[in-house]
Design a protein around this ligand. Sequence first.
Ligand code: KIV
Length: 265
Amino acid sequence: MAITIAELQKKKEAGEKLTMVTTYDATFAQLVEAAGIDMILIGDSLGNVMQGRGSTLGVTVDNMIYHTQCVLRGCSSPLVVVDMPFGSYQVCDDEGVRNGIRILKESGGHAVKIEGGARVVNLVKRLVDAGVPVMGHLGLTPQSVHTMSGYHVQGKSDDAAETMYQDALALEAAGAFSVVLECVPRSLAKRIQDALHIPVIGIGAGPDVAGQVLVIQDLLGMSYGKKSKFVRHYASLADVITHALKDYASCVKDGSFPSDQESYH
Ligand code: KIV
């Protein structure tokens, strides 16, 4: 049985920090579960890290369902939150409700995550009424990369900070069980968490919130690309994996793999 939203809320109230990572397949899901992580996010960041796209915009509802099914074959204890991808809820709330229900029904995930503030509040209410738990997402919302003119820290001006603060209050009032804050100044994230009862999960939002989320490939150091300021590498798997693959290739080439002991007789 997966950890429940009520149990996560209790942990937050007890001052225990919440942990969340993105995961997209069964192999990693087993490792994430073994590490005792509270929540898995099937992020639409799979568009970047799994599909090699330059943004999350091309990800489909079918992609999200497929990767969530893969993850749920590898774990049972974390709460599994599934991103609603670009285009699955922006046209109208009816379509958003239909897609939210479809995602829970077909993927087996426990909740959905939706980017946006005031414009999604009514949809959040309707999804929660329909039995679909919702995590909000404010700050840098990658599905709006073009309207935001790129990936930048959000909420820096007084007006933008006030709008984000009001959006967070509105999401909680609409029934969201948690809100992700991505790339916002630490002081604003603290102000928002202090005003909310539900847990704020930060990514590039500083330490004064209830929990943290990172893309698993980032935290494991699995790529040679530029590292964002808010990412910490807890391993350098890109080096480990490349070294292992080079070793394998050289053993195959020099004939030392497979050995007689690694052969059937
Ligand atoms: O898609 C994703 O991985 C996310 C996190 C960055 C919060 O939304």
